[in-house]
Design a protein around this ligand. Sequence first.
Ligand code: CA
Length: 364
Amino acid sequence: MKKYGIAALLVLAMAAISACSDNTAKTPSDTTNAPQQTYKWKLVTSWPKNFPGLGRGPETFAEYVNTMSGGRLQVTVYGAGELVPGFEVFDAVSQGTAQMGHAGAYYWKGKMPAAPIFSAIPFGMNVTEMNAWLHYGGGMELWRELYAPFGVIPFAGGNTGVQMAGWFKNEITSLDDFAGLNMRIPGLGGEVFKAVGGVPVSLTGGEIFVSLQSGAIDATEWVGPYNDLAFGLFRAADYYYHSGWHEPGTALEFIVNQEAYEALPEDLQKIVEVATRAVNQDMLDEYTARNNQAMQKLINEHGVKVRPLPDDVLNALKEPTAEVMAQKSAEDAMFKKVYESYSAFYEGVRNYHKLSEQAYYNNR
Ligand code: CA
C-alpha cells in the first residue's frame, strides 16, 4: 500500500513539475534564454596576495562568487600594492577605483574614530561574541551607518580568533619595559600602548619583517602562529608573548562600493552577501586548525620562547583601556554610540559565557 502511495505521489509530483515548466516556457516575461549581463569586480586587499588566512579569505570569496553566479559576477583579487597600497583600500572602494575591498576596520581610524570598534577592542569581545553582536545585536546596522557617508557597505569578512600579544627582542617583566618601546600595534590597542608610554607604529603586514629585523621597531604584533610563522618573524625576535589582550577576536571586513552593489540584480547581491558570511566562518576555521601546528613548529623547530605577559602587566593595561574608551567617547559622538551598543551587548553575553564557555574552559 505504502509503495503504491509513494509511486502515485511521485507521478503527481512529476506531472506538477512538467506542468510548471510548460507554464514557465509560455510566460511572455521568460528571460531564461536572454543574454545575461556580466559584472567584473576588482577586490583590493590590505594583505600580500594569497597570504595564509587573511589573504585566502578574499580568494575564497572570489571562488565562491564566480562559481555560484555561473560567471555572471567575476571577482579578481589584488594584493596590497598591486592596484592600491594596503592602507588605501577604503578610499579605493569609496571612490569606485575598486568595487570591493578586504581589510580591517581599524586601519581607518584616522577617517572614522569609531571604525576600530568593528575590528577589536582591548580586553573586549571574543570571536563568538563579536559575530553575535554584529549579526544579532545591532552591530552591523551601526557599521553600515558609519560607512554610509562614504558610499561603502561593510560585511564581516573573517576573524582571527584571539591573537598573540606579539614578538619582542627582549623579555617583558614589568610595564616599565613598554616605556619608549617602538612597537607595531594597530587600532585601539595601539592607543592603550601609547597611554602606558609605548610608541605605537603603523605598518602594513608586508612591512613588518624588514622593520623588525633592521631595528626600526623593537617589537611587533601581527596575528598568531599561523600568520607569524609565514612572515618568519621568529628570525627577527626571540620572545613570543601571549595572549592578545589588544586583539581578542579581530574581525576583518569586506567592503563594497554602494553604487556597484546596487547595480547588481537581487540574486547576485544575495550571492555576495552569503559568500561573505561563508568566508567569515571559513577563515576562523582555518586559523583554528592551523595555529597549533604552527605554534609547535615555532617552538620545536625554531626555538621560539613562548611567554605569558605577566598578570600585573595585563592588569595595568585595563585602566588605561577604560580611559582611552572614555576619552574617545567624549571626542566623537559616533564612537560613543557604537561603544555603548558594544558595551551593553558585551556585558550581557559575558555574563552568560561565565556560566557556559568560560566555565567549560575551566572544567575540561
Ligand atoms: Ca594584529
